[in-house]
Design a protein around this ligand. Sequence first.
Ligand code: HEM
Length: 342
Amino acid sequence: MREWKPHPRAADSLKGSLGQAVLGEQVWACCDPAPLSFAPLRDPAPSPTRQSSRAVQGRVRRRSPPARLSHRCRPGRACTTLREQHLVPKEHRHCPAGAGMLELPFLPFCALLGGLGAVCVAFVSAWCQRWRGGFAWDGSAQMFNWHPVLMVTGMVVLYGAAALVYRLPFSWSGPKFPWKVLHGALALVAFGLAVLGLVAVFSFHNAQGTPNMYSLHSWLGLATVLLFSCQWLAGFVSFLLPWAPAWLRALYKPVHVFFGSTILTLAMVSCVSGINEKLFFSLKNGTTAYSQLPSEAVFANTLGLLILLFGVLVLWALARPDWKRPEPDSVEAHQPLLSAER
Ligand code: HEM
């Protein structure tokens, strides 16, 4: 890896454009005494010349230990000296840079999320078992019941687990490859369950002579699964195949991250719309109307809220900068694609 020396013009430029960018002691004081290196700034202020824009992007690598540790800045504590998140070196993003952000250890949060995911699966199974007649694989209404169970388990719970693999602190050290395999494998199992869930609902519709793909839920749901399949394939080709070039990975990674969260959001919306639709279909003739709020409606509405809570917590965990895997300071990973100068 290239050694980047402190660049006087980089520091000057940062001072000028960002005000707070005293990169020496304040940053050293932020975290543990490990050597620091600065990732390229994500959104440097516009510079008048190309020369100064290069300076803003200059990486600074310091090898000497910190001169002093601020009493406010300890590993794992919020750093109040850095107001700009993009000034935090990538290696130290686990030290919460957003001052005031809720400090929470990841593993207990993860256990809570696992429990919530299990409750979602238990709720959807109990709904289908207790009020919708149980399960079968024969084209009957019991076959339909596999649809919500498999969709919630695959597209929400397992997909959410796959998304959080790189947030596990023990995945941060050592080779990344086994974690990539785990991430891809969990996503593949989630995708397999989703396909089975779709087979269940299409077979049920075909056996009953019900038209396919007429509802907003079905359009949204199918679009979500198709997007998921593209995401998985593109991720496999870019990140797991050994001959994928580094520039392709760097180009595709932000796209993958964006669509990862988008697909989870779409899956949550699909589930909620599906639950709502099923309740409207079922709670009429011969049963208590939906508007009378029978116990089944209370139960299924609660399931919808639990699914939303689970999904929102996953999205929140994905967005927290201090839970992100510290990436090595690879210039190639960030620079060559969009920089005309290289
Ligand atoms: C990410 C999750 C989900 C996806 C991707 C999804 C996808 C789909 C698709 C593509 C169809 C159309 C099948 C056809 O036209 O033959 C469908 C139908 C249906 N789904 Fe879902 N679904 C999801 C979750 C759920 C959930 C949790 C429920 C709750 C009961 C549900 C209830 C229904 C119902 C009642 C139908 C039949 C009526 C219709 O076609 O809209 N879905 N779903």
